[in-house]
Design a protein around this ligand. Structure first.
Ligand SMILES: Cc1ncc(COP(=O)(O)O)c(C=O)c1O
Length: 384
């Protein structure tokens, strides 16, 4: 036992970056109105699915002429559906600064076999967005969940671009402002900032994306699960809650309850403020210590959701083992679950700061980070 064990524990030790903590008000009982055992095509099911779309539009501020669809396979399904339907019509530029963005590069280059321009940055950095050719179709991730690097608020995608912008915003939606008029496809999953369940993805399409869908047929086949058009026309029903295949009505209910909670904390402004306050606690924590730092280099790119931290103490002999041991120690104490860095990312910690996390829990976690760090330094010394 290390002597300076902190007195206070986070009430909720769930700091996973996905599935993320449920909203603080969540109980299983709150899902008792779910349309279970009923057809999703029955009036009750349809009404709930329509509600998902309309309330999402209201909270996120999605323009009235953008389509919002509920699709299978979580965020991955939504991103791949967009790529498979839209790419190939014009030059493609793929941007990646962490592993999920890199996954979309693999899709474009190895699966779709597109002759795409690929621009990447190392973990902690971001690509030079100003030198991107926005007349190409550009695929990118707004908030890199595995590096904690996000597109800075100050960056402006050109309004007069000819290409489409296809944006994986799964760890940004409901926590960061998204410039809708500059984004043609936005995707996210319920399991991230709102702490919903996985399984379903959301795809949001600008009028320009719809125009592409209706005027271009890709050279490759599309499975039914990806098809958004029929006879060259958009299948409008998908964007009114007539899902391509059967959704989980339990997950739908859970998302609706998460939206209730989102409204109760002030909608998008309230959600962003919560994430900002959470991330600030960790930013301040790092600023006061020599041994830990944000993995993201430029403060303008610091994520307010997936905050990734690296250990910078010279005494650490094996960085990966050290970080793992710290995360394990915190998990064993029951004060922080699932905060090890993503498997492909540099060694360190990743602490989710999205809106469903309470600031008081991040504050309560900080002394434990000190404690685990000191304990691990001591253990390393003892083993030497
Ligand atoms: C940026 C990003 N893209 C895609 C995914 C995959 O999401 P899902 O598992 O919901 O399909 C994740 C999951 O963490 C992510 O963070």
């Amino acid at each position: 036992m290390v002597s300076n064990t902190p007195a206070v524990r986070p009430v909720n030790p769930r700091f996973s970056s996905g599935p993320c903590a449920k909203p603080p008000t969540f109980t299983l009982d709150s899902l008792s109105d779910a349309a279970l055992g009923r057809s999703h095509r029955a009036a009750i099911g349809k009404a709930k699915l329509k509600d998902v779309i309309e309330r999402t539009r209201a909270i996120l501020g999605v323009p009235a002429d953008y389509r919002i669809g509920i699709v299978p396979a979580s965020d991955t399904g939504a991103v791949e559906m967009a790529m498979w339907n839209l790419l190939g019509a014009r030059p493609v530029e793929m941007l990646a600064w962490e592993s999920f963005g890199a996954g979309w590069v693999t899709d474009a280059v190895k699966q779709l076999k597109l002759d795409a321009k690929v621009t990447t940055a190392d973990y902690g950095e971001i690509v030079d967005l100003a030198s991107v050719d926005w007349n190409a179709d550009v695929v990118f991730t707004w908030n890199g969940t595995t590096s904690g690097v996000r597109v800075p608020d100050s960056f402006e995608i050109p309004a007069d671009r000819e290409g489409l912008t296809i944006c994986d915003a799964t760890s940004a939606a409901f926590a960061q402002n998204l410039p809708w008029d500059r984004l043609d496809v936005v995707t996210y999953s319920w399991q991230k900032v709102l702490g919903g369940e996985a399984a379903h993805g959301m795809i949001i399409l600008s009028p320009r994306a719809v125009e592409r869908l209706e005027s271009y047929t890709p050279a490759w086949p599309l499975p039914k699960i990806f098809r958004l058009t029929k006879g060259g026309k958009l299948i409008e029903g998908i964007f009114a809650g007539e899902t391509i295949n059967t959704p989980s009505m339990l997950a739908v209910e859970d998302y609706l309850k998460a939206l209730d909670w989102a409204e109760s904390v002030g909608g998008l402004t309230g959600l962003i403020a919560r994430a900002d306050a959470n991330a600030k606690v960790l930013h301040d924590f790092c600023a006061e210590r020599e041994w830990i730092a944000n993995l993201a280099i430029d403060p303008a790119t610091w994520s307010n959701t997936s905050v990734c931290l690296k250990f910078t103490d010279d005494r650490i002999t094996d960085g990966a083992a050290f970080a793992k041991a710290v995360a394990k120690r915190l998990e064993a104490e029951g004060v922080a679950l699932d905060i090890g860095a993503y498997r492909d990312a540099p060694a360190g910690l990743r602490i989710w700061c999205g809106a469903t996390v309470e600031t008081s829990d991040i504050e309560a976690l900080c002394p434990w980070l000190d404690w685990a760090f000191e304990a691990e330094i001591a253990a390393q010394k003892a083993a030497a």
